[in-house]
Design a protein around this ligand. Structure first.
Ligand code: GLN
Length: 308
């Protein structure tokens, strides 16, 4: 297959770019090796290709959001989830304190406010916070096709300074979007963000979305097809935060970034792609990751608005 050579060449073409900064509001991420670089691609029928630092594990961070949103939709149904979290692009930063006037709902599940709410909607209604978090860890592991584990160092590092996310959870509680103790929602959400993954795991998770919710390697049906349609639509409009419009026009596939430097894209019916490079742009998206995806779009005609 020409794919491994192509991926290796793509990494070489972006390797020298040192622009951007690692996330500094989470101390463990600030000290990560910024030069790491990896890419993986998994086809809808389960062929996996990877290059670069593809064994390097890093925390999933916000890339967990679309998958947890998917679990919430599958567990509670569309009506219940949509009543609590809208699907409108916010055009704001990922951690913006913003709620829809009138309803008090977060604008979408890709920004932190909406992701914390979606976290509380995964699993059965009467689940304890611990049961909910374990449902999420199992669910994300099913997307990846292997058991994922939490990086406790990253978790501790983030939770001790998570003042902004605590503020968001308190607002969600005041707006009656979430129930229970707000801090427990932040604890669970932060654990979810601290799950360790490699680019191969992420490519597999994205490929499960590209394959109608069925993991292409294990064959496990993780979430139903209508849930996948909803999740990919929200990724396309909101996945790259205030960089979403630029992304959709230039790259043109549903995507999600994380502050540890991961980035995924899912091309329905075709493949899941993931990159890892820790330096971020002003939106909190990986600089070399965005560059790689732009290159993939022009080389492989991935843009969904283009007739193949
Ligand atoms: N855990 C991070 C936070 O809540 C995730 C943010 C991200 O990856 N964009 O701030």
């Amino acid at each position: 297959s020409p794919i491994p050579d192509y991926l290796a060449e793509a990494l070489l073409s972006v390797e020298a770019d040192q622009s951007g900064q690692t996330a500094d509001y989470i101390p463990e991420l600030a000290s990560a090796d910024p030069d790491r670089l990896a890419v993986a691609m998994c086809t809808h029928d389960g062929r996996l290709y990877s290059q670069g630092d593809c064994d390097q594990a890093f925390s999933i961070q916000s890339i967990s959001k679309p998958f947890v949103y998917a679990l919430a939709l599958a567990d509670r149904g569309f009506d219940e989830v949509l009543e609590k979290v809208s699907v409108e692009p916010s055009g704001d930063a990922f951690n913006e304190i913003s709620f829809e006037p009138g309803t008090g709902r977060p604008l979408n599940p890709m920004i932190n406010a909406g992701a914390i709410a979606a976290h509380t909607l995964a699993g059965p209604r009467d689940a304890t916070p611990t049961e909910r978090t374990s449902r999420i860890i199992h669910g994300l592991s099913a997307f990846a096709g292997r058991q994922l584990t939490v990086d406790n160092g990253v978790y501790e590092s983030e939770i001790t300074t998570a003042y902004r996310n605590r503020a968001l959870a308190n607002m969600l509680r005041a707006n009656e979007i979430i129930g229970g103790e707000p801090l427990e929602a932040v604890v669970g959400y932060t654990r979810q963000c601290s799950l360790l993954v490699t680019v191969e795991d992420l490519a597999m998770m994205a490929a499960t979305l590209a394959n109608r919710g069925v993991n292409p390697v294990t064959g496990a049906p993780v979430v139903p097809a209508p849930v996948v349609r909803q999740v990919l639509s929200v990724m396309a409009t909101c996945g790259m935060y205030d960089g979403a419009g630029d992304w959709m026009t230039r790259v043109g596939i549903p995507a999600k970034s994380g502050v540890a430097g991961g980035l995924i894209g899912a091309l329905p019916g075709q493949a899941g792609i993931a990159t890892f490079s820790p330096r971020l742009d002003q939106h909190g998206n990986s600089v070399r990751g965005v560059d790689l995806f732009r290159r993939f779009t022009s080389d492989m005609g991935m843009h969904l608005m283009e007739v193949p």
